[in-house]
Design a binder for this molecule. Structure first.
Ligand code: EPZ
Length: 429
């Protein structure tokens, strides 16, 4: 098991370049199987969720080569249509391969993706939508089999909830279907527009992403391309929290300010000065942060649920009381019990968390249990007085590329300790 060791209390200053978006690159890598041939995806983050996605691509028959931030996928010889159980369990978002596999192979077989740390994560919206393309679905306890009756037929789909994954799977299924597909109440996240931009550069005909209604006109075939993934807006906002909590000043480069717009008012309410240019954002924290009246997580362009934990970490050291309401996932407060170990004052009642700010946090021994909750623990450790040890950092490394290196470059005293196979520990960071 690997852990992070942090001697907290340093104010963060300097510049950090933001990685490519995890939630963009995963569906885009899945989409490469729809375009036979060699696609080159650049600005890929070096994170373990990309490792898991590459394993699935290779399992399906793709030849994949990878440098640090470029993944080249030759999907010419895709000859499988299943996602092995162990890979489904390794990464729940493997479900986004579903539409791409059905679009390429006309059938698919995957194990029911289990729930995870932040909720049950059902896929009923995905299944109901895919059925409307003329796909027979046979569900058993552990496996779901999909078989196209004749060919994929474009259709109209109205989502009862603007699910990101379901919207992506519908777009992937519709690209090569016969006829037109219209999605109403589609999710509007920037990662969906990035997926559509990739597919349109491959020859697809998708319009309306970023608004509530998406139209996909099916085409005969798609061709491989080179494509650059957008920056990760959640990673950027996480480092904004780090700067705010440590009363520092941090400049983030390689960002798209419009994607971060939903979180900027929260940091301004806390008393931070935020200045943006076309591709950078600078956070200057005040000597004392102010509490946030109410943060309610909503589908984009509302406040993102993925920023709930990192912003909660910040509110633990704001003066006054803050209120957070998590409306997207039913159990996304697992990080609260660990934040309490730093001396924070948080009460949870159902979907609502009430945070009473404290003057300072004290270093603690904590365990990460999910990606964004784990990031919140790193932020708390960076701000706390004294030493913090965070175990199970594998969750954090699913989505944050070299978080120790980035924070160290900003002045945080943090290092990673890895258990090597012979039981000794090696340090880095
Ligand atoms: C994507 O998950 C992101 N993951 C999540 O980021 C993000 O939190 C979420 O969208 C919301 O923005 C990736 O893009 C890989 P949803 P997804 O379908 O697609 C319910 C992170 O930290 N629902 O929009 O799974 C669901 O239970 C991760 O980077 C159904 O009920 O999210 C949840 O309550 C975590 N039935 C809500 O909708 C379905 O068929 C939102 O889920 C699908 C979803």
């Amino acid at each position: 098991m690997s852990r992070f060791i942090i001697n907290g209390g340093n104010r963060l200053f300097g510049t950090a370049k933001i990685q490519g978006s995890k939630n963009s690159v995963l569906p885009i890598l899945a989409a490469t199987i729809l375009a036979k041939g060699e696609s080159v995806i650049t600005n890929c983050p070096d994170i373990t969720d990309v490792d898991a996605t590459v394993k699935i691509l290779r399992h399906l028959g793709c030849k994949v080569t990878r440098t640090e931030h470029t993944v080249t996928v030759d999907s010419t010889n895709v000859d499988k249509y299943d996602i092995p159980d162990e890979l489904m369990r390794e990464m729940r978002s493997s479900v986004v391969f579903l539409g791409a596999i059905i679009g390429r192979m006309g059938k698919a077989s995957l194990s029911t993706p289990g729930g995870c740390e932040i909720g049950l994560r059902p896929i009923d919206l995905h299944l109901d939508a895919i059925q409307r393309f003329g796909v027979n679905i046979h569900e058993e306890y552990a496996k779901i089999e999909f078989e196209t009756v004749k060919h994929l037929e474009g259709t109209n789909i109205s989502l009862s909830f603007p699910s990101v994954g379901a919207t992506e799977n519908i777009i992937l299924t519709a690209c090569l279907a016969k006829g037109t597909t219209v999605i109403t109440n589609a999710a509007r996240e920037p990662e969906i527009s990035d997926l559509a931009d990739f597919l349109n550069s491959c020859g697809a005909r998708i319009s309306g992403t970023g608004e509530g209604t998406v139209v996909i006109e099916g085409v005969e075939k798609l061709h491989p391309v080179q494509y650059k993934v957008i920056p990760d807006r959640i990673v950027a906002a996480t480092y904004m929290s780090a700067a705010a909590m440590t009363h520092g000043k941090v400049r983030l480069t390689n960002i798209i300010p419009a994607h971060i717009a939903p979180v900027i008012p929260i940091f301004e309410e806390a008393g931070c000065d935020i200045s943006v240019t076309a591709s950078t954002l600078t956070v200057t924290a005040p000597p004392v942060l102010h509490g946030i009246k109410t943060v309610r997580t909503m589908p984009y362009p509302g406040f993102p649920t993925d920023m709930q934990a990192p912003v909660m970490a910040m509110t633990t050291v704001c003066s006054g009381t803050s209120v957070i309401i998590e409306t997207i996932f039913e159990s996304r407060y697992k990080h609260v019990s660990e934040l309490l170990r730093f001396g924070s004052k948080i009460r949870v009642d159902g979907r609502m968390a009430v945070i009473e700010g404290v003057k300072k946090l004290t270093g603690a021994k904590v365990i990460a249990s999910d990606l964004r909750g784990g990031a919140a623990l790193v932020l708390a450790g960076a701000a706390a007085q004294g030493s913090t040890v965070i175990d199970d950092v594998k969750f954090i490394e699913r989505g944050y590329e070299d978080i120790c290196g980035v924070l160290s470059s900003l002045g945080c005293d943090i290092r990673a300790e890895r258990n090597t196979t012979d039981g000794t520990t090696a340090e880095s960071g």
